[in-house]
Design a protein around this ligand. Structure first.
Ligand code: ASP
Length: 446
């Protein structure tokens, strides 16, 4: 890992954190001012909607510009760099095994906390009625999105990964078909003769390099954009809702922190030789970007750049694991989904047996895989889970007022777990390569 890259990224992370602090202070001041006079309240609402939000969008859209070509080029490169097709199976198997482990442990932590603390029992009927009526319209919209979602079946799975028109799917920002296409193209690339494989590889490397440079440009804006986005969020935050839901919010935030700093530390210690402290320091920029964008996909360009430059993970592992992770490895989301289902069940007095909760664990991991890496994407899937367990789906309204803050926090965990997975998979591959290099050459298979 390059020392210069780390110190540059350190400086950037520090600047972004200053941006976060400034944004929160400005947001609080605007709220206080708004509380004093009507015209000040109107002025700060205008500032949030007409200045801060669009400015934040410049940064976000720059990142989104890069996402599609970057997912494509990183995955093609990741697979082509393997050089041999028979290496793809073990790489994919290891990656998915760690994803599954991440999500199951995250969810188990969430379920444990909710069963122990039972925050749903402390919500009075008046507060329940107030929360539901406040977010009724928004809840209806989420329910409509849930109703439009495809049901899980083999036919739908084929549709999801292999739509008739790949380009249309990409234009609509459906990432799964693009991932499959890029992996297939990379696999085809490994079958080319050596010269053409190298030529294809360097062409894709150029695209990845260009996209990474664009990410570095976008990150120059990050401290200012993050300040603007957070100021706007604080100005709009419903503090009453957060207060009413404080126990639930504390459980979710506590669970997420435990998963990020506990489970991930354990995984790093068990499966890699990295120091967890140095690891978290190296990925600070990724964590703050995830927090401020609430989107694993928008963070992906930064995640790839930091994982390669600061952690020294090989381009092929980072290029394969991270785009998949940003779309499929959602351990913070899994934890959150489990918490919401149990919370709503507790408020409505529906009890879920141990057997129900094991089924919930499996269904939630599956549904978390289907969650897109964009803000608020898990809400319709939570509605579907509520319906499955015969819990009133309109109960989603209870948590909507707190969702934005919790979305920021769960996205940090989603992305942190992706980087940990990349480190674990990379370490496994490097160990195997060293072992193979120490053994006598037995011929190469294609
Ligand atoms: N915002 C989350 C992400 O991008 C997805 C979600 O849980 O809504 O990772």
């Amino acid at each position: 890992m390059s020392q210069q890259a780390v110190s540059q990224s350190d400086r950037l992370a520090t600047r972004i954190m200053w941006g976060m602090a400034a944004g929160i202070v400005v947001g609080i001041l605007a709220r206080l001012a708004g509380g004093r006079a009507e015209w000040l309240a109107r002025g700060s609402a205008w500032l949030a909607a007409e200045v801060f939000d669009p400015f934040g969008q410049i940064f976000l859209r720059l990142l989104f510009f890069v996402v599609i070509p970057l997912i494509f080029s990183s995955l093609v490169l990741g697979v082509i760099q393997l050089g041999r097709l028979d290496r793809l199976g073990p790489l994919a198997a290891r990656t998915f095994a760690v994803f599954f482990l991440n999500m199951s442990v995250g969810l188990a932590i969430g379920l444990f906390l909710m069963n122990t603390v039972q925050p749903g029992r402390s919500i009075s009927e008046e507060v329940q009625a107030q929360l539901v009526s406040q977010a009724a319209n928004q809840a209806q919209e989420v329910q409509a999105r849930a109703a439009a979602m495809p049901r899980l079946s083999f036919r739908e799975l084929v549709e999801m990964f292999m739509p008739r028109n790949l380009l249309k799917a990409v234009v609509e920002f459906q990432i799964l078909p693009l991932i499959l296409f890029a992996i297939l193209l990379g696999a085809a690339g490994t079958q080319l003769d050596e010269l053409r494989r190298r030529q294809t590889q360097s062409a894709v490397e150029i695209v990845t390099g260009l996209m990474t440079t664009l990410v570095h440009f976008a990150m120059l804006l990050a401290p200012w954009a993050v300040a603007a986005m957070l100021a706007s969020q604080v100005m709009r935050a419903g503090l009453d809702v957060l207060k009413a839901l404080s126990l639930f919010v504390a459980c979710v935030l506590g669970g997420l922190a435990l998963h990020l700093f506990g489970t991930m530390t354990l995984l790093l210690k068990l499966f890699t030789r990295r120091s967890p402290g140095a690891f978290f320091r190296a990925i600070r920029t990724v964590l703050v970007t995830a927090f401020s964008t609430s989107s694993s996909n928008a963070t992906l360009p930064t995640t790839i750049a930091v994982t390669r430059e600061n952690l020294g993970v090989s381009a092929s592992t980072a290029g394969f694991v991270l785009p998949l992770g940003a779309t499929m490895n959602m351990s913070g989301t899994a934890l959150y989904e489990g918490c919401v289902v149990l919370f709503v069940a507790q408020v409505y007095g529906v009890s879920l047996s141990l057997g129900d909760q094991v089924t919930l664990l499996l269904l939630t991991v599956l549904s978390a895989v289907a969650v897109a890496g964009i803000p608020g994407a898990s809400l319709p899937l939570i509605v579907a889970l509520l319906t499955t367990f015969r819990i009133p789906p309109e109960g989603i309204a209870l948590i909507l007022g707190a969702d934005r803050l919790l979305d920021m926090a769960r996205t940090v965990v989603n992305v942190g777990a992706d980087v940990v997975t990349a480190c674990i998979v990379d370490e496994g591959i490097k160990t195997e390569e060293t072992r193979d290099a120490d053994q006598p050459v037995r011929g190469k298979s294609r």
